[in-house]
Design a protein. Structure first.
Length: 179
């Protein structure tokens, strides 16, 4: 049976079916293309820091290299950048000015995921800090980067995090009382 324009019922059903399939295919393509962008834009552990391939470059980038115990970590749950402030009681300093027994507050981007050593209250760390540009604004020192800015101290050794292939210089470790 033919309709007004000479189109059969079968042709109308076929066109409708093809239209529905085209819309479904377009939806799948949109989800595949857009979903990764939505996920990537969600707040999390993304930060843009330089990375240092050698010990010399890493240590040269730091204004302050110290060993100390984290006495507190305060995180702002309302901060979209997940900023944390850690207070560190200094044990020794290899570079910069932070006398043993003093305390230093640092600021860093905190996150529950990542391939780095995140400081915890009560933990002992070697910390490599950038402080040169921050002095003008009276901001707190920050790690040179998240992967390489913190080394855990275990049994008298500085232990790099899983995302950090760079060891510290033996002379630096000696100044910090480590091996």
């Amino acid at each position: 049976m033919r309709g007004d324009a000479g189109v059969t019922r079968r042709t109308r059903v076929l066109r409708w079916t093809l239209g529905v399939l085209a819309m479904a295919a377009a939806s799948v393509v949109a989800i595949v293309l857009v979903a990764p962008r939505i996920t990537a834009s969600q707040p999390g552990c993304a930060a843009d820091y330089p990375s240092y391939p050698t010990t010399a470059e890493l240590e040269a980038s730091a204004d302050l290299i110290l060993r100390g115990t984290v006495t507190s970590v305060v995180e702002d749950p309302d901060d979209p950048l997940s900023t944390a402030i850690a207070t560190i009681e200094v044990t020794a300093t290899a570079k910069g000015t932070a006398p043993a027994g003093s305390t230093v507050e640092i600021s860093y981007t905190s996150c529950a995921t990542g391939d780095w050593t995140e400081p915890e209250a009560g933990g002992e760390y070697v910390v490599l800090l950038d402080d040169s540009a921050d002095r003008e604004e009276d901001w707190l020192p920050t790690p040179v980067n998240l992967d390489q800015g913190f080394y855990g101290v275990t049994d008298g050794h500085a232990v790099a995090g899983p995302g950090n292939p760079v060891a510290l210089d033996p002379a630096t470790l000696q100044r910090l009382g480590l091996s």
